[in-house]
Design a protein. Sequence first.
Length: 370
Amino acid sequence: MRTLVETGLGHVNTGEFDLAVLDSLIYQVAVIDLQGTIIATNRAWNEFCLENGGTLQHCGRGVNYFQAANQGTVQGIVEVLSGKIDKYREEYPCHSPNEMRWFIMTVTPYKKKQESDQIDGAVIIHLNNTDRKLLALAHEKEMELARQLQKSVLVPPMKSIDIEVEGVYLPSHQLSGDMYAWYQINDHQYGIILLDIVGHGITSSLISMSVRSLLEGIIKRASNPIDVYLELNKHFNQLFHSKVKYCTGIYLLVDTNKKSVHYFNAGSPNGLVFGRNGEAVELNVKTVPIGLAAHPNIKVGSINYTYGDMIFLFTDGIADTLKVRPSECEDLLKREGLFSLHRMRLEHFVKGILAGAEQADDVTVVSVRL
C-alpha cells in the first residue's frame, strides 16, 4: 500500500486511489499545520515549483508558508486555522517573465478526523485563473470604451442672451441609458430633454445610443411636448416591441418670448424651478413612461418664468447614490439648490451633494438658466 509520504504529499496516510485522485488534479494543493509549515503537497504543486525556477527545499514540505505570503493572506489563513471562518479566498497575480498569470487561492480547514471539531491545519489550493482574468480585463476595457463613447455624444453647453443650458454626466461602473440633449428650434424656442432608459448594461446603452440619434430630428420637427412624446413612444414600440424596455424622462419646450415652459414628465423625478425670489416650483405633472403604452393619455404641464430663474432636471441616480427616497432627495435638492445653485458651477454643486457617497448609478443632471 502506497502512502502520501512516499510521493512527497506529507504525513497524511491514504490509499492508492486517494493518492491518484490528488495527483491527477490540475490544482496545486498543499497542506499546512497550525504553525503554517507545509506538511504535504501534490504533484501539480511540486511541478509548478520546479517549472518556475524553484526547488522543493524552498516551496515543498517543511517550508513555512507564512514566510512566503503577504500579511493579508496570512491573516486570512490564520482565521481559517482558528475556526473564525470556514473558507478564505483571494485572487492574486503571479506573473512570469514570459506571461501574465493570475491565480485563485482557496483555504479550508484540514481535520485528521472528519467527525471531530478539532482543526489540525489547512488545505491550500491554487487554481490558474488567467484565462478568465484576461477575458474580464478585455471586457472591462470594452466597457470603458463604451462609457467614453456614451459620454462623447452628449451635446455641449448652449448659451445665448436669453438662455443657458448645461449638463453633467457622472458615469458609474456600469453602462446605462442616461442621456440629455437640447436644440434651438427657432429664434425664440428651445427643446431640452433628459431621458433614462430603464435598466443597466449593454442593452440599455445601445437603446440609449439609438434613441440619441433620433432626438434632434424629433425635437426640431415635433417641438411641442405632446408630439415629441408621441414620436418617442412610437419609436420605442416599433423598435423594441416590448414593454420590458421603456424610458423615463422629462422634456421642456422653452419659449423665451412668452417666458413660458411647456413640459411632459414621463415618470422622471420632479424637475425643480428655482426662482430669484427664493421659491422652488416642482415640474410634477406626470404622464406614463415612454414605451409602456401604445396609446397613452399624455398629460402636459406649463409654467411661466421670470428673468434669473433656473430649472434643475435630474435622474434617479442621485437618490440611488444617497440611498434616500425620491421625496427625500427632492427636499434635499430644494434646500441646497435655493442656497447654492445660482452661485455655483453645476458640476461643483452635484459633486457637493454626493460628497462621501459611493456612486450606485449614473448621475445625470441638466440646468437651464433663464
